[in-house]
Write a protein that binds this ligand. Structure first.
Ligand code: AMP
Ligand code: ZN
Length: 136
């Protein structure tokens, strides 16, 4: 896509610190890392969210995320890896070209997950049934 930042990275019109590339996938460092080594993994072809990505390409992306995660963990001596992928602006997506964040994690790094709530009596059944009925 012409004006997409990550499509420009793919085409080499914007510089990037690439850590991996194959026919359909690239991985490069996030310019504003949560920790140094924070890497983004994308399909070269433009799809806005994970929900539009064709299954075959998503499979390739997932395998690349696995390989990059192992490399980031090894290279940064991280104790763990967090993966994240925001879909649509309301979920925090700022670049509308689907991307996995691969983030090294360290003991006591203070990063926290989102707050957790709870279900009222019967709500888990209600939500699970609604989601099940929405599966395509
Ligand atoms: P998200 O908020 O999940 O859409 O993540 C977008 C990420 O892209 C942010 O973490 C930015 O720091 C990162 N980012 C934006 N522009 C670039 C760029 N040119 N090269 C590398 N990372 C970028
Ligand atoms: Zn794009």
């Amino acid at each position: 896509m012409k004006d997409c930042i990550f499509c420009k990275v793919v085409r080499g019109e914007i510089p990037s610190a690439r850590v991996y590339e194959d026919e359909n996938i690239i991985a490069f460092l996030d310019i504003a890392p949560v920790h140094k080594g924070h890497t983004l993994v994308i399909a070269k072809e433009h799809y806005e969210t994970i929900m539009e990505l064709p299954d075959r390409l998503l499979q390739e992306l997932a395998v690349a995320v696995k390989r990059v995660s192992r490399a980031v963990m090894r290279a940064t001596n991280a104790g763990g890896i967090s993966l994240s992928l925001a879909n649509h602006g309301i979920a925090g997506q700022t670049v509308p070209h689907a991307h996995f964040h691969v983030m090294p994690r360290f003991e006591g790094d203070g990063l926290r997950h989102w707050p957790q709530g709870k279900y009222a009596e019967g709500e888990m059944k209600e939500y699970s049934e609604k989601i099940k009925a929405s599966m395509e």
